[in-house]
Design a binder for this molecule. Sequence first.
Ligand code: 2BA
Length: 109
Amino acid sequence: MKLIVAVVQDKDAIKLIEALLVKGYRATKLASTGGFLKEGNTTLLVGTDSSKVPEVLGVIRRTCKSREQLVTPLTPVGGPVDSYVPYPVEVVVGGATVFVLNVEHYEKV
Ligand code: 2BA
């Protein structure tokens, strides 16, 4: 058995959960915050049989879109604050960031 941990954008989360449920997968939705942007995102936990992992990854690929987002970098630590002009820069936020973990033991009590 595997545990798929997928960090996705909030905009894609509901659609992704619905697409997984329709195919018979179970999912847990956690509210999370990206360390870099400090903005809300969604982490989904999907426990499933190892043979089903490719199908789950396919659903994630089809559902989650990459988007460009503007970020204003923080003032450099120790740097000259008066001459620092914080220009917004664009970053591309996935898709999804996916980790597939081995599950040592699973049981429902
Ligand atoms: P954030 O940490 O808020 O990152 C949002 C986006 O900012 C990233 O998109 C990436 O394009 C950019 N970014 C992040 N760190 C950067 C850095 N040090 N320098 C320049 N740009 C940077 P994604 O890579 O698609 O990541 C989306 C979210 O997935 C992340 O939100 C984070 O919550 C999660 N994530 C990504 N990689 C991870 C990892 N290795 N471990 C745990 N969580 C991860």
